[in-house]
Design a protein around this ligand. Structure first.
Ligand SMILES: [Zn+2]
Length: 200
């Protein structure tokens, strides 16, 4: 084996084990803030992902495992569940749960976000991107949680910060309407309206 074949074998394995779902045909709750038309097109034109993206997906996956191990070490972690509604047309994959037995007993959602630089970690709750807030709101809504611990981790420094996200009734109402609308659109194959102003 030379460097070339070693490189190829490891790349092939990494891509095969990137955790990327080749046949994903569901509405993903993790990107529910996206324009309805983009979500619709993603649903029907789900084709491959470039190699670079898959390698990054694999890497993020590994970093997440390391973080989960730390939560396991302090005995508050349990495995995440898959959220699946509308017969699997709408799904969300959670990173795990934070559970405590001692009073007050707690079962909260864990959402792990890794970012390249320390500067990319939000400094306050209001700096958390809307995309992340909406994802947490959707997961809490359909996964029946009242609290999300949003864990930000900077890959360059290992520094991290944990935020609490609580259910927001207004966002939830909008998500419920949007999910219903999207399910109807993909079922009837009717192109939904564009909200971003950039879709054709
Ligand atoms: Zn659009």
């Amino acid at each position: 084996m030379n460097a070339f074949t070693l490189q190829k074998e490891l790349t092939d394995w990494s891509i095969k084990n990137s955790g990327y779902d080749e046949h994903r045909n569901y509405i993903g709750l993790s990107v529910i803030l996206d324009c309805p038309r983009i979500i619709y097109r993603r649903f029907f034109n789900h084709t491959g992902m470039p190699m670079e993206l898959r390698l990054r997906t694999r890497y993020s996956y590994e970093v997440e495992e390391i973080i989960k191990n730390r939560f396991k070490a302090i005995e508050v972690y349990s495995k995440g569940k898959e959220i699946s509604i509308y017969d699997g047309l709408v799904k969300g994959h959670t990173d795990g749960e934070i559970q405590t037995i001692d009073p007050p007993r707690l079962v909260a959602l864990l959402e792990i976000k890794t970012v390249p630089a320390t500067d990319h970690i939000p400094k306050t709750f209001h700096e958390i991107p809307r995309k992340v807030i909406w994802q947490a709101q959707a997961y809490m809504l359909y996964g029946y949680y009242n609290l999300t611990f949003c864990f930000y981790f900077a890959r360059e420094s290992g520094l991290f910060r944990i935020f609490e996200i609580r259910p927001d009734p207004e966002i939830r109402q909008v998500i419920i309407k949007k999910v219903d609308y999207l399910v109807k659109s993909v079922t009837l194959k009717e192109l939904p309206i564009c909200e971003c102003g950039k879709c054709l």
